[in-house]
Design a protein around this ligand. Structure first.
Ligand code: ADP
Length: 394
């Protein structure tokens, strides 16, 4: 397939209450417009924010009255048609959180593939059903449109077998109870830009994706060797509202001795823990940095401590550290948190240039330090657009 100018790929990332989309020119993958619709399913009208070359034309279309994904998507397609009449959507790409063990690369979303992906919903109940709902909604609204899925788990399929194993009974391992890892689109993007940022890109690299969800990925030769999220995305680091790794015995205790239901434990670990749980104030690091509260301070201290400890664990998997990369909301924007984490890592050759860190410079390590420390934005949407191009052969 070859692509004409202003033919575009629609990239969708459908979450539980948000629909993020971006429009890429098919010929060169230039981003024409990016928008987020928030507050789906709530009583108030949803909110729309947009950026990019054609964003102004798009937001002039107002906002959808609140609704489900299909309603939001119908509104989006309608607004695109009205505000950007010279754009012809020729294919769509979707973020699909779980691709299981078989999907190690983007794939055309045929009915057979969608049936397989639906089997992974129990392992990512907060994401997978919404991702797939976006695919089905678009198929209804634009029948025949080629759709391609890019998977958050795919980048981690290069991990050695030992990094993927959980020491359970053999039959459970064989049934697929293994460590999958997530945030793979973000790590794949960072791996794609890293050779431009450092000569040591192919060495021992740890990437810290610290957003509202947070994880680490240890890479060698720009391929995933280990990661902190495992069978589900609750594992690993402390996050905005997720606990990260905890003693499995604690889960049993909550159920057996505190009479908590499975649903209540799930809500506790996914929605009520992390920065929000420990601070009792907010899941947003910005709010905690401004709060004058010992609990907020303890939450931030714990976030830094646990992240640094896990960086040590990633280093063990790849034999040391040449480059540490910070990305996503906290990684890109919180000089304070980067400094706190790096304070623990002097043993690994990490030393920050304080002024560069405050300025969010691309390189924040001190001259002559043993390990380079970089700050870079991530871009999951462009990876999805590249997936569309690769699968459809543009
Ligand atoms: P998502 O996983 O929702 O895409 P992001 O990568 O955008 O999340 O990260 C969102 C989080 O980043 C916020 O909840 C907040 O904790 C943090 N964050 C964003 N900007 C800043 C900032 N300027 N200072 C501190 N923390 C920030």
């Amino acid at each position: 397939m070859t692509f004409e100018r202003r033919e575009a790929f629609l990239v969708l990332n459908a979450g539980s209450s948000t629909l993020k989309f971006a429009l890429y020119q098919a010929s060169d993958l230039a981003c024409l417009c990016r928008a987020t619709i928030e507050g789906l399913g709530a009583a108030e009208p949803a909110r729309v924010s947009a950026s990019g070359e054609l964003a102004q034309a798009f937001v002039s279309g107002g906002a959808p009255s609140s609704g489900d994904h299909e309603a939001a998507l119908a509104w989006t397609l309608d607004a695109l048609k009205r505000s950007l009449p010279d754009i012809d959507i020729v294919a769509a790409g979707h973020r699909i959180v779980h691709g299981g063990q078989s999907f190690a690369a983007p794939a055309r979303l045929t009915p057979d593939v969608l049936a397989v992906l639906a089997n992974f919903s129990p392992m990512a109940p907060g994401h997978q059903p919404h991702n797939l709902a976006g695919v089905h909604a678009l198929a209804k609204l634009m029948p025949g449109l080629p759709q391609v899925g890019s998977f958050d788990t795919a980048f981690h399929r290069t991990q050695p077998r030992l990094a993927q194993l959980i020491p359970l009974k053999r039959e459970l391992i064989d049934e697929g109870l293994v460590r999958y890892g997530f945030h793979g689109l973000s790590y794949a993007y960072v791996a794609s830009v890293l050779p431009r940022l450092t000569e040591r890109a192919k060495g021992r690299v740890v990437v810290a994706h610290l957003g509202s969800g947070a994880s680490l990925c240890a890479m060698r030769d720009l391929r995933s060797q280990a990661t902190t999220m495992g069978f589900t995305s609750v594992d690993g680091l402390m996050m905005g509202t997720r606990s990260g790794a905890i003693d499995p015995g604690l889960v049993l205790h909550l159920i057996e001795h505190r009479g908590m239901s499975v649903k209540a434990v799930s809500a506790l670990l996914n929605k009520e823990s992390g920065l929000l749980g420990v601070s009792g104030i907010s899941n947003d690091l910005r709010a905690l940095e401004y709060a004058d509260s010992p609990e907020a301070e303890e939450a931030m201290a714990l976030f830094a401590y646990r992240t640094a400890r896990e960086i040590g664990s990633m280093m063990a998997a790849i034999g040391g550290l040449d480059v540490l990369v910070f990305t996503a909301g906290i990684g890109e924007h919180s000089a304070h948190m980067r400094a706190r984490i790096c304070d623990y890592l002097a043993f690994a050759g990490v030393k920050l240039d304080a002024a560069a860190n405050e300025a969010h410079a691309p390189r924040i390590s001190a001259e002559g330090a043993g390990a380079e420390v970089l700050v870079t934005p991530t871009d999951e949407e462009i990876m999805i657009a590249r997936g569309v191009r690769d699968v459809l052969g543009g």
